[in-house]
Design a protein around this ligand. Sequence first.
Ligand SMILES: NC(=O)c1ccc[n+]([C@@H]2O[C@H](COP(=O)([O-])OP(=O)(O)OC[C@H]3O[C@@H](n4cnc5c(N)ncnc54)[C@H](O)[C@@H]3O)[C@@H](O)[C@H]2O)c1
Length: 345
Amino acid sequence: MKILVTGGAGFIGSAVVRQAIAQGHSVVNLDALTYAACLDNVATVADHPDYAFEHADIRDAEALARIFDTHQPDAVMHLAAESHVDRSIDGPGTFIETNITGTYTLLQAARTYWSAQGKPDNFRFHHVSTDEVFGSLGATGLFTETTPYAPNSPYSASKAASDHLVRAWGETYGLPIVLSNCSNNYGPFHFPEKLVPVVILNALANDPIPVYGRGDNVRDWLYVEDHADALLCVLRRGALGRSYNIGGHNELSNLELVRTLCALLDEMQPGSVPYADLITFVQDRPGHDQRYAIDASRIQDELGWTPSVTVEEGLRRTVRWYLDNQSWWQALQARDGVGKRLGAL
Ligand SMILES: NC(=O)c1ccc[n+]([C@@H]2O[C@H](COP(=O)([O-])OP(=O)(O)OC[C@H]3O[C@@H](n4cnc5c(N)ncnc54)[C@H](O)[C@@H]3O)[C@@H](O)[C@H]2O)c1
């Protein structure tokens, strides 16, 4: 397939790009190169004959029309988004513009292109979304594909809105769409403002490791390469118009996650004192969802997909990667807002 991947210079998008090329697909990587992007993430495929890069914004209808016309993709995998909840609290405007207006603009461009092609059934518009659209769980229960949407942050509200737009373009215009909602990802190339890299990098710098509130918020963690694999599986074999929850079956409280990372660092790069001594509880995030957990039985039963990496193994690989790739994260730490407390109101 020739796949147009949006956001392919980001954390998950770049994993999709690398894996799609490895699986023999052609990839056009469309990215606006915001503060969160890094072309080093796709350096291993940059010279591949089946890879092309387009520096463009998903809000730019003219650029999108040109890109569809030039590359004639068989499918779109839409990952471009503003993705950091804390930034969405401080500045929701760009989340509305990119995640909602940008998705609308991309849907229109895809629809125009698909119509001009004679509306082929095998075209796909795959929208990559988050479990955060479902809101917050109590101590028990799981998000299924039919859980009502109840987003609580500007980020998750903008992603929920984009999900609805994609569904509507499928129902109203017949655009062949598929959706997926995934739990928290972690792994190599994770931008250094997100929790897992913050813990690793603050520990290595001997700085306080910030934990929001009491650290008892629970997330389900999925290794990013597993997510990329699941996304390509949904793209190839997902039923038209259907949505798939993707999860790792790995629920951890934030404090458990932080302690696990500290223990791995104690083993792999010991400091003078245990890294857990650096844990510092800080003011909680406003509207902080208590618990996310995924029922991933649909993707398992219908598509036969399950994660391949346990959280123990994935976190170990991740810590190793950050220890071995200092120049990558050091360059990104200099970017605007990175390392500062964001979204505390
Ligand atoms: N990170 C997670 O744990 C997680 C979990 C589930 C779903 N998701 C979803 O997966 C997708 C990718 O997440 P990520 O963590 O890789 O994000 P990221 O912030 O690392 O990357 C986003 C990419 O999109 C690009 N981008 C932003 N605005 C753009 C625009 N207007 N036009 C074109 N490109 C633009 C950025 O330059 C960047 O390369 C997002 O849609 C996110 O909602 C993320």
